[in-house]
Design a protein around this ligand. Structure first.
Ligand code: ATP
Ligand code: MG
Length: 825
């Protein structure tokens, strides 16, 4: 073996061959976890450490910023001399660097701005308004995606106009032309421009291209199967001179065709570079045997692929665990409980990940993790309650409860767009300041008084204020109030009119929110009972100063930071009690009546959830993400949720065989992220947007050989006949997957053993109901784990109170059902 800075012995022969091959084009084509990325980094280390290549002569391109950062770090450890001058980045980041140097040649100034998605959306919107293109008829995002597709296919506005055969495309072409003019005038580029302009620069200015061609002696591209046309062309131009291009990929992991990625790029590499050396890697170092067998078996069902098979020397490991949930809530609950269990057994939360096919699935998962007190983070995405559209609806509801909430008023006065522009808003604000009114009151006054605002704005404002007042006057069901706001505000209608994938998913989130409100209402009896018994406990002296402090430490009684005006004026859950109210009911208390009686409680509950949310802000957390964003990553423990036909494969729109194959590749990506443990879960019924669906288990689960998978639990209302149970597999032995309600409380413990009796004063019906539930989940003698207090033993379960003695502190605490960081172990 040659001398090397790289530990060549740590590579298998095929990997070594690829690492040592640094002349000419090289294709590493191999399945997941076979060390492609590892080969790529070791090869760079080898050429720099052993062959005298300078870091600045090296260009390494990856798919995400996260992957680039990881690669740079790995290279840093491999190369004692450092990576200074080396370009390790995404295609977009590379584009920015190149254009900063020479954008002047394309008519930009070097300090050009980069418009992010939001900026460019606003610009397109403005252009459409100026061109009198009705966004109702031609939704903004549809226009934008047409323009983006044209840009990435290198179609100019003129060509697009020439080819357009339908009105939407014609309109988009007009907007496209104007967009190009305005971007240039604003000295700005959007994300597509970063790629397209780089290519244009290279094509129109050979001297610039030559500079980079000379500089980059060695070019490597990871995840090559997901490059699109423009990226493909840029790569080829850059590599033309030295021909030292290494591309790495796996045709089985091509999952971005919907964004223009072309799997053909990798399949054609040998054609593009006839001198290319091709290395195939067959040993998987990531996953244990059962997991790999499952991945191989699933992807083998695709017809359009280069056949390959991976093997592992890791041993069989554990079979894949399947859990058949009764519904999506049971699924989330079970996953959370399983994470908690693994955690108590010593696995770090950081080593666990939950994947889902669609973003909408994360809501219930988040909900259940919050209730179970299992810390989580959402990778590459926003947590449900942080999403803009959800915050918009919540701002409306806050305004209904508290019309003096100016922050919420300003947030939504023009959401969705109703022509109340910045100038009008300023006028209303000035009026409010002059007369000592809130923004909402000022808006009402401006509606009543002619001449302050244009008739158009006045009308829009009148509709806005009256919608809110109407919701405020309504004192019926909670979900109806939420529905009213969603209707009156026009939020949902506006999103639906966009008819794009993105808007559709935002609309879905809003419908999910409505569902949360109905669920809250359904649970409200329990909530009321909890509050009531809290009052009892307090009267009985069970809730002393210490506990109040404890509760505060847990963030549950905390007053919100004064500088967060978002929260001011919410009614408190605890306002009846003699404990410090978490949020002072400023305005709402003064104005009567306040909407549905349950709305303030609901808002409070939501606020409480975000407190719990920040409780979870620990360093170690379970990662939740879509399968798309999990590409290239690996975790010791992986859960894939929602394996049902229709959801995954996600084939609601049509049954195009090519789409099914892409879904299957996605399943392959998901399965192959797991190192030691893989869980697949599916639900007998799933409630989405108010309607309940019952879909069969995903074909991808069925494609896994029986010997590699085991059913480990069935939710209480599960559907029978899976085939596996008959083989005598364990059932329902894991976690709390019995479809029962989660218990919790966390907060109101007691330092003295006592007061079980205080609950007896509660209405008999509530007690009976709760006793039934308590008996279902906790009994005296159960060992439990509490997120904050650690392990303990249940001494008594009575009503909605369980009494637990915690081993660490030796203290006995009474825990109440509610938002439960407690699980059985
Ligand atoms: P993906 O297709 O998912 O991107 P990949 O082919 O890029 O996977 P890597 O991420 O490079 O695979 O490697 C997978 C895992 O296997 C990593 O943890 C890596 O360190 C390990 N690995 C790769 N090759 C070897 C080897 N020869 N010896 C030991 N471990 C290895
Ligand atoms: Mg990789």
């Amino acid at each position: 073996m040659p001398e090397s800075v790289v530990d060549l012995a740590s590579l298998n022969p095929a990997q070594r061959e690829a690492v040592l091959c640094t002349e000419g084009p090289l294709l590493v084509l191999a399945g997941a976890g076979s060390g492609k990325t590892r080969v790529l980094t070791h090869r760079i280390a080898h050429m720099i450490g052993d062959e005298g290549v300078r870091p600045w002569q090296v260009l390494a391109i990856t798919f995400t910023n996260k992957a680039a950062a990881e690669m740079r770090e790995r290279l840093g450890t491999l190369l004692p001399g450092g990576t200074r001058g080396m370009w390790v980045c995404t295609f977009h980041a590379m584009g920015v660097r190149i254009l900063r140097e020479d954008a002047e040649l394309l008519g930009y100034r070097p300090n050009f701005s980069i418009y992010d998605d939001d900026d460019s959306k606003r610009l397109v919107k403005a252009i459409m308004a100026d061109l009198d293109i009705d966004p109702k008829q031609f939704p903004l995002n549809m226009v934008r995606s047409k323009i983006s597709a044209a840009k990435n296919a290198l179609v100019s506005p003129e060509e697009m106009a020439g080819q357009a055969s339908d009105p939407p495309t014609e309109k988009a072409a007009r907007v496209y032309a104007e967009l190009e003019r305005r971007l240039l005038r604003a000295n700005a580029m959007d994300f597509d421009d970063l790629l397209v302009n780089t290519l244009a620069l290279f094509e129109r200015h050979p001297e610039v291209l030559a500079r980079y061609q000379d500089r980059f002696l060695q070019i490597s591209v990871d995840e090559y199967q997901d490059t699109n046309h423009v990226q493909y062309k840029i790569t080829n131009l850059l590599a033309q001179k030295h021909q030292n291009l290494m591309v790495v990929g796996d045709d089985d992991q091509s999952i971005y065709s919907w964004r223009g990625a072309d799997i053909q790029n990798i399949l054609d590499f040998e054609h593009d570079y006839p001198a290319a050396k091709v290395v195939k890697l067959q040993q998987n170092y990531r996953s244990t045997g059962h997991i790999l067998a499952a991945a191989n078996a699933v992807v083998a069902n695709n017809s359009k692929r280069k056949p390959k098979r991976l093997f592992t020397e890791e041993g069989q490991g554990e079979p894949i665990h399947a859990y058949q949930a009764s519904d999506e809530r049971d699924e989330g609950r079970w996953i959370a409980a399983e994470c908690e269990k693994l955690h108590t057994q010593g696995t770090s939360y950081n080593d666990m990940a939950v994947f889902y096919r669609t973003n909408a699935q994360s809501r219930v998962l988040e909900d259940m993790f919050l209730r179970a007190g299992v810390p989580y983070k959402i990778a590459g995405g926003t947590r449900f309650f942080d999403r803009a559209e959800i915050r918009d609806v919540m701002a409306y509801l806050k305004l209904v409860v508290n019309p003096a909430d100016d922050v919420s008023a300003l947030r939504v006065v023009n959401v969705p767009r109703r022509g109340i522009g910045a100038t009008s808003v300023k006028k209303i604000q000035a009026y409010a300041a002059r007369n000592g009114l809130s923004f909402f009151e000022a808006a009402q006054a401006c509606v009543a008084e002619a001449g302050l605002l244009s008739p158009k704005v006045r009308n829009a404002l009148a509709a806005w204020t009256s919608g809110i007042l109407e919701a405020r006057a309504y004192d019926g069901e909670l979900s109806r109030v939420v529905e009213m706001i969603i209707e009156k505000s026009g939020i949902l209608t506006a999103l639906e009119a966009e008819s794009t994938v993105e808007a559709a998913s935002r609309a879905e989130n809003i419908k999910e929110f409505l569902l949360i409100a109905s669920e809250f209402a359904e649970d409200h009896d329990d909530v009321a009972a909890t509050l009531e018994s809290l009052a009892q406990l307090r009267e009985a002296g069970a809730l002393d100063a210490n506990e109040a402090q404890e509760a505060e430490e847990l963030g549950l009684l905390e007053e919100p930071p004064a500088q967060d005006p978002d929260e001011v004026g919410q009614l408190s859950f605890f306002s009846d009690l003699d404990v410090p109210a978490p949020v002072v009911p400023k305005e709402a208390a003064a104005v009567e009546p306040v909407a549905s009686a349950m709305l303030p409680a609901f808002m409070e509950w939501l606020a409480l959830r975000s407190d719990l949310d920040s409780l979870s802000g620990q360093t170690s957390a379970v990662t939740m993400m879509t399968i798309h964003s999990a590409k290239g990553l690996e975790f010791p423990v992986v859960f894939v949720a929602g394996l049902e036909e229709g959801l995954f494969p996600n084939l609601t729109y049509d049954a195009d065989p090519a789409k099914l194959e892409e879904e299957r590749r996605l399943a392959y990506v998901a399965i192959t992220r797991a190192r030691q443990r893989l869980y697949l879960t599916y639900a007998a019924t799933r409630r989405t947007y108010g309607s309940t669906q019952a879909n069969p288990r995903s074909r991808f689960v069925n494609e896994i050989p029986e010997s590699d998978i085991r059913l480990v639990g069935v939710g209480s209302a599960g559907f029978g006949g899976t085939g596996w149970e008959k083989r005598g597999d364990r059932r329902g032995t894991y976690g709390s997957g019995q479809g029962s309600d989660m218990y919790g409380g966390a907060v109101f413990g007691s330092r003295t053993r006592s007061t079980g009796g205080s609950v007896a004063a509660r209405p008999a019906s509530a007690v009976r109901k709760d006793e039934k539930k308590a008996a279902e989940t906790f009994q005296a003698g159960d060992r439990v784990s509490h997120k904050t207090f650690g392990a303990g033993v249940v001494l008594a379960a009575e009503g909605d109170v369980i009494e637990v003695r915690f081993s660490k502190s030796g203290q006995t605490k009474k825990l109440m059902k509610g938002f439960a960081p407690i699980v059985k172990i």
